[in-house]
Design a protein around this ligand. Structure first.
Ligand SMILES: C[S@@+](CC[C@H](N)C(=O)[O-])C[C@H]1O[C@@H](n2cnc3c(N)ncnc32)[C@H](O)[C@@H]1O
Length: 284
């Protein structure tokens, strides 16, 4: 989700999405929908050849820690560390597998030296709502430092430049969906172009063997992906937009979302192709 210039200033104060139970459920749904789409947690090219027997793995911006919980089942001997700027959505330690440990960390700031050269794999998922204008370069520097030489970074991301409106019949109204896509992309699409260029950002940060895989949604996943985007957009309207009075941007945006959903009930919807970018820190 992206914001006009006025709303952008709210983002600087913190996270644009919610952290309550509905937001956590939405995040869990997004995680599981991505797994259904991708068919894996760790890219096959990394898993098949390149992880040691007892790998040390980090998830940065771990959110509700669902990815780590799933990976704990796949790799019971892995050491799994989750990092997030907020622990509000972390599950209780009491119910987590012992191999998972969750900590607070701001990945936009230089990481402590104790985290340098530690990980065989670092995973990042869904940061396009977090890094808007600034792009991923600053964060990539820190992620690179966390990896051991030869370690891998895997970044799973929505690509707003792939968002497009589709309709079962050309006569159906789709203006609200089109406006919604424009708002997500930001003015002239400038704010959220970076996911499309993530491989170049990886190379600039020093990664080698950089790959990009793009996953167009099959039609049966259009509806749940769309519903999760609408839930996220509604959170943004409360968290990152002015809400004083009916003319404020927040209520106005929610009115648009209601129109979008009305169009969706006729079969009009947004589709997209999330991306997975992987890269390796050179061994020397
Ligand atoms: C959209 S959520 C994605 C969560 C998780 N990766 C997933 O896919 O389910 C983005 C996460 O990034 C975290 N985050 C935002 N800014 C951060 C920062 N500066 N350092 C670390 N985590 C951050 C948020 O708290 C949130 O949990």
């Amino acid at each position: 989700m992206s914001f006009d210039d006025k709303s952008q200033s709210h983002l600087e104060k913190g996270y644009a999405l919610g952290r309550g139970y509905a937001a956590s459920l939405r995040l869990n749904l997004q995680h599981h929908l991505l797994r259904e789409l991708l068919g894996y947690h760790i890219h096959p090219s990394i898993l098949s050849d390149h992880l040691p027997d007892n790998p040390k793995i980090a998830d940065v911006g771990a959110g509700t820690a669902q990815w780590l919980i799933d990976v704990s089942r796949l790799l019971p001997s892995a050491h799994l560390d989750g990092f997030d700027i907020s622990k509000d959505q972390y599950p209780s330690n009491a119910w987590l597998p012992a191999q998972i440990s969750l900590q607070e960390l701001d990945i936009m700031k230089p990481i402590p030296s104790s985290l340098e050269n530690q990980y065989d794999l670092v995973h990042v998922q869904l940061f396009f709502c977090v890094i808007q204008r600034d792009g991923p370069d600053n964060m990539l520097k820190q992620l690179y430092k966390m990896l051991r030489p030869g370690g891998y970074l895997q970044w799973v991301e929505y690509d707003p430049m792939s968002f497009r409106v589709v309709s079962p019949e050309s006569s159906l109204k789709q203006t609200a969906n089109e406006r919604h896509v424009e708002i997500i992309r930001g003015p002239q699409g400038s704010v959220t172009k970076w996911p499309s260029h993530l491989p170049s950002h990886f190379k600039d940060a020093g990664f080698e063997q950089v790959s990009l895989d793009s996953y167009p949604l099959p039609p049966e996943l259009y509806a749940p992906f769309m519903q999760s985007h609408l839930c996220a957009a509604e959170e943004v309207s409360f968290t990152a937009m002015e809400n004083d009075g009916p003319q404020a941007p927040g209520p106005g945006f929610r009115k648009l979302l209601a129109e979008v959903y009305k169009e969706c009930q006729t079969g009009v919807t947004m589709t997209e192709s999330p991306v997975v970018v992987c890269g390796r820190k050179p061994t020397s």
